[in-house]
Ligand binder design. Structure first.
Ligand code: AN0
Ligand code: CP
Length: 319
């Protein structure tokens, strides 16, 4: 595999899932594969799970790992070409990227949507610059529009917990004081649309996602109606996508906070969230602490999704 930025890069999901379960049984099965190979992880934004699970995955495969937090200890990077660099940015990304590439074999990048310019975000300008100028295979650790390592872990988790061949999976918007990127819901929708699940998205009016990601999903504006008969509730907040409202908070209506009342409408659904989560904004204490909450095993599966992805990328280096 030469890159991992979206679901298509993984190819057939059934074989990817089989590989994930093989690795989950013995996560050190390929511990020699990454010998003398170096992973560089570059963070433009904060992270707990991605940082730790991806490093753990690299260790499972015997790789060396370097982690760079751009905002802590590196030079401030200019990302626009043609700018007169008389401000506070000391280095241009067009030099920094090939330099970083020269020290490693595989690069992981976390670069969230900036919410300044939708076109800049949705064209994945930063991620694509890494692909173009690093000379190395690149994978996303959450870019502007997608978070594929998360979605892959989510899929693994649903496959583990489902009791029906075709479960009903509901992605629900939830309130948050600040606008959050659409990467997680976009990506989750993209992955759900490549499965055979009954997939529903619910959010207040104005929070419509890019139709490209919504795909064949049913959109239901009444949250309780959407929850009826659900087997999995996947909560996430996001800022508005459409038009003038791009990147804005349009509602902090706490009636959308996932609580016991809504969960009672489901078919004893499991509760999922990618984390980090703000309790009693996105989900009540009761729901996240109840025995149907699978947020911790979901996060643990990040190690598995990352191990599969890195394994395939190392195998791609040989060719
Ligand atoms: C990020 C987001 O919503 O995209 C990362 C989630 C994995 N969350 C926050 O910034 C709180
Ligand atoms: N879910 C997730 O990606 O978490 P972090 O932002 O902590 O990496």
């Amino acid at each position: 595999m030469k890159q991992f930025t979206c679901v298509q890069d993984l190819g057939d999901l059934r074989s990817a899932l089989a590989e994930a379960f093989e690795i989950k049984k013995d996560r050190f099965k390929y511990s020699e594969l990454g010998r003398n190979k170096t992973l560089m992880m570059i963070f433009f934004n904060s992270s707990l799970r991605t940082r730790l699970s991806t490093q753990k995955a690299a260790f499972n495969l015997g790789m060396n790992v370097m982690v760079l937090d751009i905002n802590q200890g590196a030079w401030k990077l200019e990302t626009e070409r043609g700018v007169i660099m008389a401000g506070d940015k000391q280095e241009h990304i067009l030099e920094a990227i090939p330099v970083m590439g020269s020290y490693c074999d595989i690069i992981g990048v976390r670069s969230f949507a900036r919410f300044e310019d939708r076109e800049f975000d949705y064209n994945e300008v930063i991620l694509n610059q890494f692909t173009k100028y690093s000379g190395r295979p690149v994978f996303s650790m959450e870019a502007a529009t997608r978070h594929p390592l998360q979605s892959f872990a989510d899929l693994i988790t649903i496959e583990e917990y489902k009791t029906k061949e075709r479960p009903k999976v509901v992605l629900t918007w939830a309130p948050h004081p600040r606008p959050l990127p659409q990467a997680v819901p976009n990506s989750f929708a993209e992955w759900m649309n490549t499965t055979d699940y009954d997939f529903v998205i619910t959010h207040p009016e104005g929070y419509e996602l890019d139709p490209k990601f919504v795909g064949r999903a049913k959109v239901e504006y009444d949250q309780r109606k959407a929850f009826e008969g659900a087997d999995f509730i996947y909560a996430k907040s996001w800022g508005a996508y459409t038009g003038e409202n791009y990147g804005r908070v349009l509602s902090t209506d706490r009636s959308w906070t996932v609580s016991s009342g809504q969960m009672a409408c489901t078919d004893n659904a499991f509760f999922m969230h990618c984390l980090p989560v703000r309790r009693n904004m996105i989900v009540s204490d009761e729901v996240i602490e109840c025995d149907r909450s699978i947020v911790i095993p979901e996060a643990a599966n990040r190690e598995i999704s990352a191990t599969v992805v890195l394994k395939r990328m190392i195998e791609g280096l040989e060719k």
